[in-house]
Design a protein. Structure first.
Length: 389
């Protein structure tokens, strides 16, 4: 079976590796001139890392990734711990795979290096799709043409494949804006920050930070309600002073991190209604192209990795009927992706509660039951996307 994957990001590359491992003839087409991702952090929990480990990537992941010890959730002003849940050895023992933090570019590059070079085609921007009886024809801006049995759109939140299949999307601005920055370790060494995922929750906003790139940088993301910036691009420059002003009165550690930004980027968070369907004939979607989610469960990339593993397993089962396999892929994956989209949206409200009775009830629940405890997070981390019910 000949398969084209449009999009050479984390979802597309990991899907290519799973499909190659399953014995299919796979090529990846990426519009950028090289494989790589923007300079931001990414979290890969055991439900996704176990799949990458099976692809033989553990040594490469250990070299560039960071293995956090905990998720530490705290109050915005006094830094009081609300919940500190393990994600280190305890999680690896419970779920059989590590929890990682990566620089997105590091993860994309190690995935790209694992795909045979002759199967990755950069500088290929998709312009047109045509479905014939048993073929899909993809035409690219540079004049290249690919004719395959199956095409997978793994081209992200602004997916060209999705647009060609189902028409223009209608994103909704959530009112949230985010500033992100990578702080060199030497600028904040005096803070002695634990190797963990830190989440400071306060009225109308929260701040997440964790080490990436083998501990060379601290990835910091500040998300606030009631923003006026509406550009969804991740590469728009922001002002450090604006972020500092928005977090006036927050804990000194938070403000020190923001002040240490060499540069900051600002983007607006948009939400999208779940797609009625992901596939049409011999074309399907994967990752953010079909189920974009707000970043409040840290599962966007992990779910795209799960998608590729599940798709490979299903195609091995019924390779003679691609439309039927794609229908089953959607039936298997969509409920889980939708659940995580909803959980991410719910966390937005929960993380941003104003001080008061509702916030106090949230804090008490975190302190007692712990939504990130091993018992409560098992539905997410124990899932094996290659096992198809």
């Amino acid at each position: 079976m000949r398969i084209a994957i449009v999009g050479g990001g984390i979802g597309g590359l990991s899907a290519a590796l799973h499909l190659l491992q399953a014995g299919f003839d796979v090529h990846v087409y990426e519009q950028a001139p090289r494989i790589g991702e923007i300079g931001a952090g990414i979290q890969i929990s055991p439900n996704a890392s176990r799949l990458l480990v099976r692809l033989g990537l553990k040594a490469a992941m250990d070299e560039v990734g960071v293995r956090p010890q905990a998720v530490h959730q705290r109050r915005w002003d006094d830094g009081r711990t609300l919940q500190r849940a393990p994600v280190g050895a305890e999680v690896e023992q419970a779920f059989g795979a590590p929890y990682y933090h990566f620089h997105r570019g590091d993860l994309a590059e190690l995935l790209g290096a694992a795909v045979p070079a002759e199967r990755v085609h950069v500088g290929h921007k998709l312009v047109e799709l045509e479905q014939k009886a048993e073929r899909v024809v993809a035409r690219f801006e540079n004049g290249a043409v690919s004719e395959v049995d199956l095409l997978v759109g793994a081209d992200g939140i602004h997916s060209r494949v999705r647009h060609l299949l189902f028409g223009p999307e209608k994103p909704r601005f959530t009112g949230c804006v985010a500033w992100r920055g990578l702080v060199p370790a030497e600028r904040i060494r005096h803070l002695d920050i634990e190797v963990a995922s830190h989440n400071w929750m306060g009225p109308d906003g929260h701040v997440v930070h964790y080490w990436v790139a083998g501990g060379q940088f601290m990835n910091v993301v500040c998300i606030a309600e009631h923003g006026t910036w509406t550009n969804e691009s991740w590469t728009s420059r922001g002002e450090v002073a604006d972020a500092l002003a928005r977090y006036e009165g927050w804990h000194p550690s938070v403000r020190t991190l923001i002040a240490a930004f060499p540069a900051t980027f600002i983007w607006a968070l948009h939400d999208r209604l779940p797609l009625p369907r992901w596939s049409d004939g011999r074309v399907t979607l994967l990752g953010d192209a079909c189920h974009p989610m707000l970043p409040f469960m840290a599962q966007g990339a992990a779910q795209s990795i799960e998608d590729g593993a599940a798709l490979a397993s299903l195609l091995k089962t019924v390779p003679e009927d691609i439309p039927a396999a794609l229908s089953r892929y959607e039936a298997v994956r969509k409920p889980r992706a939708t659940r995580l989209q909803e959980a991410s949206a719910n966390n937005r409200k929960r993380f941003h509660l104003p001080d008061g009775p509702e916030q106090q009830a949230r804090d008490q629940a975190m302190a007692t039951s712990g939504d990130r405890s091993i018992a409560n997070i098992g539905w997410l981390y124990a899932h094996d996307a290659t096992v198809i019910a």
